[in-house]
Design a protein around this ligand. Structure first.
Ligand code: NAP
Length: 237
């Protein structure tokens, strides 16, 4: 049985990843921050183990490492926890900027740092980071989000080179528009326009991303590392 940690798994894409891995018999550690009852509901459904930690907080991440470490070594880490915000560049405050990078970038660094030593010692492990198509192309009115998600891509490529000799795969998915709470603010007209820009003419589902993450975590992806896999219905080609 593989041990998997999925950050930000109380809702959306992370919750779909938890369901996907658990349905294949993996032991899933389901990280959440604020959504305790949602996390407990998914845990009850799937048998996953909920673990509270704000990924941007060093002490909370280390507490999570100790809890999970008591159950053995982590085989797979999915750095999914993230926040977004839509604002004109000139309206982004310093605290908006810091918050964006603290969760999306520092969180990924802290969680990876907390678990990577054991993977290096075992010369085995798979790390999958969740970026965004905006990290690839840049998105208007989302400069801080786009910059943070581009940092996820740079982190993925650099770490893949460093950890390849240790037998660890580091890859990244870059979702397009996915139907989660993150896009709940979009109007039906906005969603229709986004659908029309997508070759598959639909908004993505969390499960579309979860199945790709599951593939990247599988033995079928053993020779794939440092890659950015767009899961966006063909929006970015
Ligand atoms: P979502 O529905 O808003 O869920 C976000 C998840 O991240 C929640 O489980 C939340 O946990 C968790 N989270 C936020 N801040 C956290 C923190 N400080 N510590 C731990 N967990 C934290 O978003 P989503 O759409 O599933 O997004 C998941 C990932 O996909 C993000 O990295 C996002 O940037 C990326 N993405 C999404 C889309 C899209 O269209 N939806 C597109 C491209 C990329 P709590 O609720 O428990 O706090």
């Amino acid at each position: 049985m593989r041990n998997i940690l999925i950050t930000g798994a109380s809702r959306g894409i992370g919750a779909a990843c938890a369901r996907e891995f658990a349905s294949h018999g993996d032991r899933v550690f389901l990280n959440y921050n604020n959504s305790k009852s949602a996390a407990e509901k998914i845990a009850a459904e799937t048998g996953a183990i909920p673990v509270k930690a704000d990924v941007s907080n060093f002490e909370e991440v280390n507490r999570m490492r100790k809890i999970i470490g008591g159950c053995g070594r982590l085989d797979i880490l999915v750095n999914n926890a993230g926040i977004s915000q839509t604002k004109m560049f000139t309206d982004i405050t310093e605290s908006d900027w810091d918050n964006m990078f603290n969760v999306n970038v520092k969180g990924m660094y802290l969680v990876t740092r907390a678990f990577v030593d054991d993977m290096i010692a075992a010369k085995s492990g798979k790390i999958i980071n969740v970026s965004s198509m905006w990290g690839v192309t840049g998105g208007s009115c989302e400069v801080h989000y786009s910059a943070a998600k581009a940092a996820v891509i740079g982190f993925t490529k650099a770490l893949a080179k460093e950890l390849g000799p240790s037998g660890i795969n580091v890859n990244c998915v870059a979702p397009g528009v996915i139907d989660t709470d993150m896009n709940a603010h979009l109007s039906s007209d906005d969603l229709e326009a986004l659908k029309n820009e997508t070759p598959f003419m639909r908004i993505g589902k969390s499960e579309d991303v979860a199945k790709t993450v599951f593939f990247l975590a599988s033995r079928n992806a053993d020779f794939i590392t440092g890659q950015i896999v767009n899961v966006d219905g063909g929006m970015v080609i």
